[in-house]
Design a protein around this ligand. Sequence first.
Ligand code: F3S
Length: 424
Amino acid sequence: MELSRDEAAVLAGSRGGGAARAMEILAALGRIGGAEDMVEVSSVQVSGVSYRNIGEHGLAFLQEWAGQGSKAVVPAYMNPGGADRRLWKSLGLSEDFVDKQERVIKALMKLGIKPTLTCAPYHAVPRPKFGDHLAWAESSAVCYANSVIGSRTNREGGPSAIAAALTGRTPRHTLHTDAGRLPTTVVEVGCPVPTASDAGALGYVVGQLLSHDPRGGIPFLRGVEPPTDGTREAWLKALGAAMAASGSVGLFHLEGVTPEAAASGPELRAAASRKVRVESLEQARRQLFSSKGRPDVLAFGCPHASLDELKRLESLLAGRKAVVPIWVFTAEAVRQKARKSGLAERLTSCGVVLVADTCIVVAPLAEFGISNVATDSAKAAFYLPSHQGVGVCFESQEDAVEAAVAGGPFTGRHALSAGTGTGA
Ligand code: F3S
């Protein structure tokens, strides 16, 4: 692992104790990852922000690092925390929890990390470009940046992302290299995947199929195309988020669609050593359906919703009032835009709450009295039962909105009607 003169100087303390410690961490991780050198990153996204996840030990670690005086040298953003910083009281969160959450945010801000508090920074801050090297941490953001944008990032842990922020560097290995981005498995898709929730179910299956790949699964998908209307981005986002959740996939190629596959599809496809088929999503839908009865809330925005997704929700509601509350998780920057344009007010009048700074999986749902959730997100449906102990009705956004307006039933119709199975 070779350090440049500048990097060696940082390691020796030229930019303070915090940056020296950061370079030490990165050099050690680079050696483990087989990197020969470091690469400059254009942005960083830091995870481990929710107090509910990191607790007092995590907070003390951040405060101690922040006390060493170094600051981020590239744009660095925070993943969601555990509380909406503006609406926490009306949502029913305790002051004690919010106070602890604020202490985490304060420590990260002292390190120069911006409180964007979103898992979809590409909706809230300048979007990275094709080929940019990044050090992002949240799994769906990593998968989106690598696959849909064509930027290059490994999935960072909380400390390694902070280290990248303080140095502007990350070790060059795995998804930063051409060889590390070659697909391992061709996935032939033989069933329709029309909606974003279907894309999530497909991603969930693909992640499961690739989860035992020894060098980390990278699928090359064929036989499926995202919609060409305004739901295209949400579809791609849902696909990547679910495979990142069920199989730790950090990059997918989609024939003719994602930038690397569009540029050199045949060469990429030839690099994969394995082939599998997905014939149906029924089994996935059944596995993701764990409903315990009538949902207390309908949750969208996992990953965080874009302004276009909010507009689409408005058109689905068509001025009708939802009987079951609809929470949409998004970035504060997106919520501000929705407020300015009047969209937020119109959604509110239909029974929608725009929740920012946090996410359905890390927010303390028990404090809200929530024990059953309906969602169109396969990622949320995968994590919520184990992380929050709540039941999940997994269904398409269209069906969920209709049920929310009518007051039910939330049947997960798709879970019970589609065809089944995957095969290698
Ligand atoms: Fe984002 Fe939380 Fe879902 S971080 S992707 S909203 S689990």
